[in-house]
Design a protein around this ligand. Structure first.
Ligand code: HAM
Length: 420
């Protein structure tokens, strides 16, 4: 029978690498948590309109990449291609914005885009995201950027770059849009490009084709159209970033792939990832809530691609050799030792020590090989002699040192602890 394969272009993680994926994800979540972002768990599919209205019809994400289907009740649903629109739907539905502001939320999970798969670009991928909803001040923009930056730094990443720009408020954008449309109308464009430009003229800055890029070289730049308040907001963001020692580059032609952005927008790029260099990005989306049927409530957030951050960590070789290392691996060499060992590891686990047993009657040699393969800190060979004498020898795997102990869970836990 033919073997099944995972669907094309999905990212999968299994041992031994899955622990690194989980490590990266947990560091990202931890940095959001210590900054006061609370977890939110959302459906992986939503009413399609949440995304068409929220993310925007001019985007590749909505026009080409959504997994949309009719459910059994004839409703059009879509696997979430991103997190922000769904978070805003939930905030509106559950009145989360009616309490203390800002509402600070953090999510993590799988997202789906029908893109052409390549290294670092998947059809099912993972993000950790945060959203801070309901406050307009530039300090919050800086906090969001700083959460991502501190997580990258904690992982040991160095070869990444933060690009920022401002899309200004609606008044600034309106003024710019007029001039940009006039400029674009003077260009000779194919019909599809013309259509995209009508939906969102900024998209042409993001067009990868050489001929469009050269045509857009002299196009009016939004950053030059910011009114006084938008300019002041952006200046404050830059000043605070400098004060926090976060390096950034102003990239006035940066266009994010989603239409809801306003004001400060940013992208983190990693030098060693080639074409799929974006490891995370985000910005303000002050009109999104309204466009989804809510009030005039502002927001800012980011989405970090966990798959790509893992690739970046591997490229920079900064992952710790062992993550979630086993404290102790017990190798029983008789049936009564196995029975005893089962009890012992259960007691040790209650004391917070991670431990495992050599299942599968491996004997002494095979058991010790497993202890080594599992990267355990200590191994404990258990035979009838140990059980009778109630004494044992803990082997420190890094250097072979033997440490005597009684066969008592608390003493063993304490001895293991003293080497951590
Ligand atoms: P995004 O830039 O579309 O923003 O995605 C965020 C990150 O997800 C990207 O920087 C990238 O690392 C990762 N990513 C996106 N597509 C793929 C893919 N096909 N394969 C692997 N990784 C991918 C958003 O999704 C916004 N919701 C972020 C946001 C939150 N803005 C405000 N709040």
């Amino acid at each position: 029978m033919a073997k099944f394969q995972a669907p094309k272009g999905v990212s999968e993680y299994f041992p031994p690498n899955s622990k690194y994926f989980e490590f990266v994800r947990s560091v990202l979540i931890q940095h959001a948590t210590i900054a006061g972002y609370e977890p939110i768990e959302l459906p992986v599919f939503e009413d399609t309109e949440v995304f068409t209205r929220g993310v925007g019809e001019s985007t590749d994400v909505v026009s080409k990449e959504m997994y949309t289907f009719e459910d059994r009740g004839g409703r059009s649903v879509t696997l979430r291609p991103e997190g922000t629109a769904g978070v805003m739907r939930a905030v509106i539905e559950h009145n989360l914005d009616k309490g203390q502001l800002p509402v600070k939320l953090c999510y993590s999970g799988a997202f789906f885009r029908a893109e052409r798969p390549q290294a670092g670009r998947y059809r099912q991928f993972y993000q950790v995201g945060i959203e801070a909803i309901g406050c307009d001040e530039p300090e919050l923009d800086v906090e969001v950027i700083a959460v991502a930056d501190s997580a990258f730094k904690a992982l040991g990443l160095k070869k990444y770059k933060l690009n920022i720009t401002s899309l200004g408020d609606s008044q600034s954008r309106e003024k710019h849009r007029k001039d940009l449309v006039t400029f674009i109308n003077g260009l000779k464009l194919d019909e599809a490009t013309q259509k995209r430009a009508e939906l969102n003229p900024l998209r042409l800055f993001d067009d990868k084709r050489e001929e469009i890029q050269s045509k857009m070289k002299t196009a009016p730049i939004l950053l030059h159209y910011l009114n006084a308040s938008s300019r002041e907001h952006f200046e404050k963001v830059k000043t605070h970033l400098e004060k926090l020692g976060i390096n950034f580059y102003i990239n006035p032609k940066m266009v994010r792939g989603l239409d809801y952005y306003t004001g400060t927008t940013f992208e983190f790029e990693h030098e060693l990832l080639g074409a799929q260099s974006g490891i995370g990005g985000g910005g303000r989306y002050d009109g999104l809530m309204k466009s989804l049927g809510g009030g005039e409530v502002s927001g800012i957030g980011f989405g970090i691609g966990v798959d790509r951050v893992l690739l970046a960590c591997q490229a920079e070789d900064v992952l710790p050799e062992h993550t979630n290392r086993l404290d102790l691996f017990v190798v029983p060499i008789s049936q009564s030792a196995k029975d005893f060992g089962l009890n012992l590891i259960s007691e040790l686990r209650k004391l917070g020590k991670s431990c495992d047993l050599a299942y599968g009657n491996k004997g002494l040699k095979g058991g010790m090989k497993s202890a080594d393969k599992r990267g355990a800190k200590f191994a404990l060979v258990l035979g009838d002699d140990e059980i009778v004498s109630k004494m044992c020898q803990l082997k420190l795997m890094s250097n072979g040192q033997m440490i005597s102990s009684t066969l008592n869970a608390s003493e063993l836990a304490q001895k293991i602890g003293s080497f951590q």
